[in-house]
Design a protein around this ligand. Sequence first.
Ligand code: PNW
Length: 448
Amino acid sequence: MKNDLRFPKNFVWGVATAAPQIEGAAFEDGKGESIWDRYSRVPGKVLNGDTLDVACDHYHLYKHDFALMRKLGVKHYRLSIAWPRVYPNGDGAVNPKGLEFYSRLIDAMLKEGITPWVTLFHWDLPQSLEDRGGWRSRVVCDAFGPYAEAVVKALGDRVKNWITLNEVFCFTSLGYDGGDKAPGTKETTKVMNQIYHHAIVCHGLAVRAVRQHGGKGARVGITDNPLCPIPVTETPADIAAARKVYAGASLRLLDPIHRGSYSPAYLKQAGADRPEVRKGDFDLISLPTDFLGLNIYTGPFVRAGKGGKPETLPYPPDFPRTSCPWLYITPQVLYWGTRFAHEVYGAKHIYITENGCGYDDEPLVDGEVHDLHRRDLVRNYLGELHRAIGDGVPVRGYFLWSFMDNYEWQDGYTRRFGIIHVDFKTQKRTPKLSAKWYAQVMKENRLV
Ligand code: PNW
């Protein structure tokens, strides 16, 4: 076919999940309490009071889940390690059973021919650390370094792809700045800047751990979810305006990681609220990485206003969205989000580590789920990713969020992001139509 939407040879196709959202077994085999275990029990915080206690029971069903992945032709799987399973209190004594579980998990995955992509932190901070200041305090960095080292040492012989942190914005701003994620507090600007600083120090500690203990062929990067503005019109003026908004929104994260210091623009903006930086912090923060992971779901529209000044337009009330109020359907975000990362930060190996959509009612119809909305959304987004690659943006892979319906944080089990349907009463898994479609995409390496 002439206009075949084929992807590059060796393009990495995968699916993604995170430990707290699928594992369950929240207090089994010595696992400690996480801030989400605590937060989910605060009345009114999570829809229906859903907890992470059982989730998809992946802790017990993982072999079954990997067999299902193999059946769909999944070759790459992004998962996360639960910090409180490895260190129940965040630091102190390691829990051997936690490490043993992940060792078994990796073996089972490899047996099915699936390559692991392991995220060291996907939001489930040990509650004990939160009780001692959490991300506000340097105590998190002191604990995260040894945790990252312990995990890389235990699994580094088999795991070669490491992701340091998942979506700093979500576990910092949405957790500590009046948002709807754990621990659900509201801090000052100064504290927020310090929290971001601790996060990027932890990123550096994880990079160092992989370099020191990851063995041959180990690769490491962060997964960020930067604000990804879309130019209203693809003209130089609107593109420049959108790029400006993009760079301005990344001053606390991608910018210092890539430039090795805080920019004058950031320091001016922060003023007296600038974070305390210790000697050597930026040596860690700016350690070279091998790839950049991006979670991209949605983005605002920007145009050049008066004098070229960027203007972010509000979405009109009827702009199409998924069941998640924040997830406006904007396929072009995959084009601009990857292109700006390449242009602004020189990212040379980009992976979309998450993209997908959440819907509420996805009933089984004769043993199937006809999630044509998901199939349509993912196909349109992938078309824009294909366009980016065609324009020379170095995108190397794509992980669909999520392999299966799971615990969608404050939305509990109501919101379904999976391409596999999960009946949370029986734990039965049913591939949705989108799973069958995506299996074909992975197999043929093109949009079908
Ligand atoms: C990501 N926003 O979260 C997370 O990495 C996943 O754990 C999560 O299940 C998935 O996306 C779906 O929500 C996000 O408000 C949460 O823009 C919120 C936002 C973006 C990503």
